[in-house]
Design a protein around this ligand. Structure first.
Ligand SMILES: NC(=O)C1=CN([C@@H]2O[C@H](COP(=O)(O)OP(=O)(O)OC[C@H]3O[C@@H](n4cnc5c(N)ncnc54)[C@H](O)[C@@H]3O)[C@@H](O)[C@H]2O)C=CC1
Ligand SMILES: O=C(O)C(=O)Cc1ccc(O)cc1
Length: 365
């Protein structure tokens, strides 16, 4: 029976596990993570069949190894794998957001004759952790494959294993990959985080400050909620290309600053018109890549039927939810219920409906 080892069992690792389970229920999935709570959750929810504590002992048993920790950890793991007595036919892959340093780190492994295929799903979320995992997270998204020295049969096997992700496969070189994602993903994350930090500082003396922000600020900065450890590793592993693109972006900002100072109406209008034309052709957010999901967190009383009451109210109003999850509930203490929706409008309608029924909404994101 095929055994798949997934090291780094967070958002991406758990979402891939769910997709593998869907298409290949007979595959044994072993999870490894530094956070034992993630593995307990994964076992409890049947995302994995077993846990592993050490790569050194788990990897030699595996037929497929998926490295899904932060990029820096993936590079370290590849160096360790090169020293282990792996199965000769093992297929090793990763999901890291950068590819040049990853492929470089895979060289010793390849020199020993093992097969490594670099991978990167262009879908995800600003949310981290095993509990955010979804089988349909990658639907319609592009999934980069960076074969390096791997034969076509290895790419075919990986695509078969991950067929339930319903991604669009795209084979690229490490450099092509890193250039594309520096511009489309890494630079936007820097811009979002910089905007949040600068706004926080600029409005520090305003009593309501950031809480006054409308939808525009929230949608352009959503990805600033992403995991800091993951993004530090990404920036360090794609530093050169990100630096070049940051310089080009700063030049764009300087140009618009000059146009504002010069009261150059034509240039200002052209600036927004060009962006609007390009953005309008991108299509709806849920098609193509980067699906999103929207959460409501509400207090629920420790009473039999509380969960059913919430779901019945939503069903009666024909508000469909993607997932529902009790975060904590202790005897005689209120619990927090996380209800996930496919779009912001449905989530907001659900919030209004539940508030009217005296449920307290503690957070939405
Ligand atoms: N979040 C996203 O939207 C996307 C992320 N990626 C890439 O996928 C990888 C994983 O990202 P996520 O799943 O989002 O992050 P995550 O934070 O949800 O999961 C990462 C997991 O790795 C574990 N981990 C960290 N160091 C470890 C170590 N030394 N040994 C074992 N486990 C370790 C963490 O405990 C965590 O559970 C990263 O390389 C990221 O760049 C790729 C596409 C999208
Ligand atoms: O949530 C979003 O919009 C993202 O941008 C997700 C994402 C994060 C990292 C990647 O390497 C790919 C996709």
């Amino acid at each position: 029976m095929t055994q798949v080892l997934i090291k780094g069992f967070g958002l991406i690792g758990s979402s891939l596990a769910l997709a593998i389970r869907q298409a290949h229920p007979d595959v044994t999935i072993v999870g490894q993570d530094v956070q034992s709570a993630s593995l307990t959750y994964a076992l409890d929810h049947q995302l994995i069949d077993a846990t592993a504590t050490e790569l050194t002992t788990a990897a030699p048993q595996a037929d497929v190894i998926i490295l899904a920790g932060p990029v820096s950890v993936i590079c370290d793991d590849l160096a360790i794998l090169a020293t282990l007595p792996l199965k000769p036919q093992v297929l090793i892959t990763d999901v890291g957001s950068t590819k040049q340093t990853v492929l470089k780190a895979a060289r010793p492994l390849q020199q020993r004759g093992f097969t490594f295929v670099g991978g990167h799903p262009m879908a995800g979320s600003h949310k981290a952790g095993v509990q955010a995992g979804r089988a349909d997270l990658f639907e319609n998204a592009y999934y980069f494959l960076v074969p390096g020295l791997a034969p076509q049969s290895a790419l075919d096997n990986l695509q078969t294993l991950l067929q339930a992700t319903h991604v669009k496969w795209l084979t690229v070189t490490p450099k092509q990959h890193d250039r594309l994602v520096a511009q489309l993903s890494h630079l936007p994350h820097i811009v979002a985080a910089a905007l949040v930090n600068q706004t926080q500082a600029a409005l520090a003396d305003s009593p309501l400050g950031l809480r006054l922000a409308a939808g525009g600020f929230k949608s352009i900065t959503r990805i600033a909620s992403a995991d800091p450890t993951m993004w530090t590793a990404i920036l360090q592993n794609n530093a050169e290309l990100i630096t070049q693109q940051l310089q080009a972006y700063q030049a764009e900002l300087a140009e618009i600053q000059t146009a504002i100072a010069a009261k150059n109406t034509a240039q200002l209008t052209q600036f927004f018109a060009a962006a609007k034309t390009t953005r309008d052709h991108l299509g709806p957010e849920h098609l193509g890549s980067l699906p999103n999901f929207y959460d409501l967190f509400l207090n629920i009383p420790d009473q039999v039927g509380a969960l059913a009451d919430v779901t019945q109210r939503l069903a009666a109003a024909e508000l469909s939810l993607v997932n529902i999850h009790i975060l904590e509930i202790r005897e005689e203490v209120d619990g927090v219920l996380q209800v996930t929706f496919g779009d912001a409008a449905t989530r907001d309608q659900a919030a209004t409906l539940l508030q009217a029924a005296d449920y307290q909404i503690v957070r939405r994101d």
